[in-house]
Design a protein around this ligand. Structure first.
Ligand code: BTN
Length: 259
């Protein structure tokens, strides 16, 4: 592992319910070193965003969680943890794929898409004391060698499906640790402008007029102009008004039958 601290303490599990849940219970009894990474070959009860589950074929993919203590971050800046994780994944994929042939994008808040299909998801669970983030459990699922995504076949992908080549997930783990460390250092030293600029540069649907669905089903036309410090998606509406949305309040309305 070519890092200073991320992944230096590596806990490898052959089977676990959820690496995030494992990390949270570990934190209840001990204080593992910052950058501790939990890596599971098989995850039987993976958790996804919005209360969904995360399904991953055993041995095929990366299902990992990293533990950080970002007490330098205020609660209202928690979204920087999402940004740096997405940027680390973007770096990993840029190194693993030929970027002149593939479009690697960050879909707000922190999904990673390659050629419009989801290849990675992130679930961050923070703990706060006063107004500081005292502990952050960053869970990452990256599809590596899985080829069959069942009902999600047209919306999900893996490195194997893109390149036709199997890769040892452990090789990607080393890359992921390297880039997580790189971006964590950036947030630790307060390089917010650099983080924001890179996140916006790779943002999916940025500056394009698209349809979104609001909570309750109302369809809205707008274009993404920014992502606020607090993580809200800032849309420019047809009226010219700028409006911010929380994760729960809006979803991307994709054209049906794209394939
Ligand atoms: C999403 O819905 O996009 C987020 C998926 C996050 C999955 C990862 S796999 C490792 C870690 N442990 C979990 O239970 N979930 C995250």
């Amino acid at each position: 592992m070519d890092t200073l601290f991320v992944g230096q303490n590596l806990i490898q599990l052959s089977e676990v319910g959820s690496t995030n849940t494992y990390a949270i219970s570990l934190l209840q009894s001990t204080k593992p070193a910052e950058g501790t990474v939990i890596y599971a070959k098989k995850q039987t009860n993976g958790k996804g965003q919005r209360g969904n589950s995360w399904l991953s074929e055993p041995l095929m993919n990366l299902t990992v969680t990293a533990i950080f203590y970002p007490s330098f971050l205020q609660v209202n800046n928690h979204f920087y943890l999402s940004k740096i994780t997405a940027l680390a994944l973007h770096d990993v994929l840029s190194e693993a794929l030929n970027t002149s042939q593939h479009d690697i994008r960050i879909k707000w808040p922190n999904d990673i898409l390659v050629d419009k299909r989801k290849i990675a998801g992130v679930l961050i669970e923070n703990a706060f004391r006063s107004s500081a983030i005292v502990q952050s459990v960053i869970g990452i699922g990256l599809n590596v060698n899985q080829s069959d995504f069942g009902a999600l076949q047209h919306t999900a992908t893996s490195l194997y499906n893109i390149t036709g080549q199997f890769i040892d997930p452990k090789d990607l783990l080393a890359l992921l640790c390297k880039y997580l460390e790189k971006w964590y250092m950036q947030v630790r030293k307060g390089s917010y402008d650099r983080i924001n600029a890179n996140y916006l540069e790779h943002l999916y649907w940025r500056n394009e007029w698209k349809q979104f669905e609001q909570e309750g089903g109302k369809v809205l036309k707008g274009r993404i102009s920014n992502v606020a410090e607090n993580g809200q998606l800032i849309l420019e509406l047809e009226s010219g008004l700028m409006k911010g949305f929380e994760v729960k309040e809006i979803s991307f309305l994709h054209e049906m039958n794209r394939e």
